[in-house]
Ligand binder design. Structure first.
Ligand SMILES: *Cc1c(COP(=O)(O)O)cnc(C)c1O
Length: 363
């Protein structure tokens, strides 16, 4: 059984996608046109955000968000080290130092306590990743950050649509970053991303930065700009898919709940119930991960690990972080395992994974 199969969603929507793509091809307008504008409006409406600025990828969305919000007198970003390293790449590309805080053992996300104990006065931004689809507890972290002169960036690449007290993630902090990489809950047929914010100054900043720093054509009014635009084809595909997102997210949660109900006590399936979770990944925590992975493999079930190497232990960065210890992050990197999960999994397939989990012996 595949870990993911993007072909199934395309097949189910083939005619609608062909139609949207044909429209763009025939229009002769391929970059920053009507599709991108309409998608920005529709996504802003869905999120309840004042502004959405489409960009070329989720990593770019993080980078431009950081550049547009970092207080002038600060030079470093605080984040978690268990979220795949995208924030690290984005922050380093923008020229900022990266500091790490440990994560909470239950949620796998940053908490107020871990953020406070890692705090340093040069931190100007906290990037909170809504990991695996779970809306992180960001209000307490946000108030600490704001009291200490820092901004809050939400990494919503895995959590588009998740709710926190009836607000969509991405609209609670200063700025939110989205990814439409094909495997995300709302995936394009290629790369894509977006920044959302309720702050007009941030929306203006990102709009300039995504296109060379231009305030208007050929007039550069901001340094640090680059080329990061969402193209019309991807915007058209995303418009055809956005109306399906809530249904897909509900199906993802339902599959995870089936896994949870059948897993034995020594395999902890992370909770994904309720609208505060959009079930991006079905993650289990198991101290005998290699055995579980081998067991599932005998059932012909593919698994993956998100993520095996924490950022501060990546060979490229490790020499800078010899003094840094993140005990929970490091333990979880050795124990997490992701199960097959995508909305088009059949009930038979879901039941097979559930049966395989149930038969994993506990010794
Ligand atoms: C996928 C992902 C990103 C990066 O998105 P890209 O579009 O691939 O650049 C950032 N953060 C998280 C948590 C992600 O899962």
């Amino acid at each position: 059984m595949p870990f993911n199969d993007l072909g199934r969603a395309v097949l189910a929507q083939r005619e609608a996608l062909d139609e949207r793509i044909r429209e763009v091809v025939e229009s002769g307008w391929f970059v920053l046109g009507p599709q991108g504008r309409a998608f920005a409006d529709e996504l802003a409406d869905y999120l309840g955000a004042a502004f959405v600025v489409p960009v070329a990828s989720g990593t770019d969305a993080l980078e431009l968000s950081l550049r547009a919000t970092m207080p002038r007198d600060r030079r470093s970003v605080l984040t978690a080290a268990n979220a795949g390293g995208y924030t690290t790449v984005a922050a380093r590309t923008a020229g900022y130092a990266v500091r790490y805080a440990d994560v909470d053992p239950i949620t796998h996300c940053l908490s107020r306590q871990t953020v406070e104990s890692a705090w340093e006065p040069d931190i100007g931004a906290v990037v909170i990743t809504h990991l695996y689809g779970r809306a992180a507890d960001l209000e307490d972290i946000g108030s600490w950050a704001h009291e200490n002169g820092a901004v809050v960036v939400e990494d919503c690449a895995q959590a588009l649509g998740a709710l926190r007290a009836n607000r969509r993630v991405g609209t609670i902090g200063d700025v939110g970053a989205m990814s439409f990489y094909p495997t995300k809950n709302l995936g394009a047929l290629g790369d894509g991303g977006a920044v959302c914010t309720n702050r007009a100054d941030v929306a203006d900043g990102v709009t300039r930065l995504r296109q060379y720093g231009w305030a208007e054509k050929y007039h550069v009014e901001q340094t640090g700009g680059s080329n990061s635009r969402l193209d019309e084809l991807q915007a058209a595909v995303l418009r055809a898919r956005l109306p399906l997102l809530d249904g897909w997210n509900a199906r993802r949660r339902e599959i995870i709940e089936t896994y949870r109900a059948s897993a034995p006590a020594h395999v902890r399936v992370l909770d994904a119930s309720g609208p505060g979770h959009v079930g991006h990944l079905a993650v289990v925590e198991c101290p005998r991960r290699a055995d579980l992975q081998a067991h599932l493999s005998r059932w012909r079930i593919r698994t993956d690990v998100h993520y095996p190497v924490p950022d501060h232990r990546q060979p490229a960065y490790a020499p800078e972080y010899r003094e840094v210890a993140l005990p929970v992050t490091e333990r979880l990197a050795a124990e997490v395992l992701s199960l097959p999960l995508f909305p088009e999994l059949t009930d038979d397939e879901v039941n097979r994974v559930a049966g395989a989990l149930a038969s994993f012996a506990g010794d």
